[in-house]
Design a protein around this ligand. Structure first.
Ligand code: SF4
Ligand code: SF4
Length: 297
């Protein structure tokens, strides 16, 4: 079972972009000849809300969940951090697959809910508004396409509980799309900003610790009541994490800065820039000196 971002030649994703009103012919039910075939060979990307649901279900922290059940990957090389399910040791099957079906069915991830539909989110440059369309994934082993049940994609999304999943991961999808479409103009993000993105999006329990630190308090002027709500509620904290990332990665300020700390921070940035400029000037002078000496020889 896989859910690529975009259709490409040779892929099982049929390259037609479909609207929510499109009717598909599909049904998956226990007893079907291909039962569990899709969960036996997985390539499943997870959203931040998927992590939140599964770590809560399993009674783990997000840090423990990530270590145990996921592998990191990058959407674009050295760019945006993503995570995928880690299959069973030495195999390709999902670790939650049981003979009777999915062991975490009510908390299964977005990609499992969508299958055999693929969500294609797109956005125009410098827009946060993403436009959803869909494609159909047709894999030879999946007999669900032969079952005579017609349902619109909109109703299928409702049936699979996807409205909530998509809504609560929307902020993350928009960040990924914005980064992808900004391309080389913003440049390769630093290791620090990639780590920050990973923590805020996927490791919600570490992000909670980060929001509780002295340095966060010194920098951001977050009202105590608002902070208490965030710290007590994973879903609210996740939505705040997306806001936080928009601010630190794209400069879209929505969280008030503590005036004194902001001033100190600005001074530090200016000092760092000054040092870099001095170093660059020193380097240029040395190179010019070397060229002059070479010419004299
Ligand atoms: S989480 Fe459940 S539905 Fe998804 S691949 Fe694993 S067993 Fe299958
Ligand atoms: S019908 Fe498709 S989705 Fe359902 S078990 Fe078979 S392969 Fe998986």
């Amino acid at each position: 079972m896989s859910q690529p971002d975009i259709p490409f030649p040779q892929s099982p994703v049929l390259p037609t972009m479909l609207a929510e009103t499109h009717e598909i012919e599909f049904s998956c039910h226990k007893g079907i000849g291909c039962w569990n075939a899709c969960c036996s060979n997985i390539d499943i990307s997870l959203t931040p809300y998927d992590v939140l649901r599964m770590k809560t279900r399993l009674g783990m922290t997000s840090t423990e969940f990530l270590k145990e059940y996921t592998v990191p990957y990058e959407f674009d090389k050295d760019s945006i951090a993503g995570i995928k399910f880690r299959p069973v040791e030495g195999g390709t099957a999902c670790r939650f697959m049981k003979p009777e079906g999915c062991d975490i069915y009510t908390d299964r991830p977005t990609a499992c809910r969508y299958y055999p539909v693929a969500l294609l989110s797109m956005r125009r440059q410098d827009e946060y508004v993403d436009r959803d369309s869909y494609a159909i994934v047709k894999e030879d082993h999946c007999m669900g396409h032969e079952v005579n049940r017609r349902i619109t994609i909109a109703d299928y999304r409702k049936e699979q509980g996807l409205e909530e999943y998509d809504e609560l991961a929307r902020g993350w999808r928009q960040l990924v799309l914005k980064k992808k479409s900004s391309g080389p103009t913003i440049g390769k993000p630093s290791l620090r900003s990639r780590q920050l993105f990973f923590m805020a999006c996927y490791d919600i329990d570490r992000f909670r610790e980060f929001v509780s630190t002295e340095s966060f308090n010194k920098l951001f002027d977050l009202p105590q009541e608002e902070k208490a709500v965030l710290l007590a509620d994973d879903v609210a904290l996740l939505q705040f994490a997306f806001r936080f990332l928009r601010q630190v990665l794209f400069g879209e300020e929505s969280i008030a800065l503590n005036a004194e700390a902001a001033q100190e921070r600005l001074a530090r940035v200016q000092e760092k820039r000054l040092i870099e400029e001095r170093e660059a000037a020193k380097k240029r002078a040395l190179e010019a000196e070397q060229d002059f000496a070479d010419d004299a020889d």
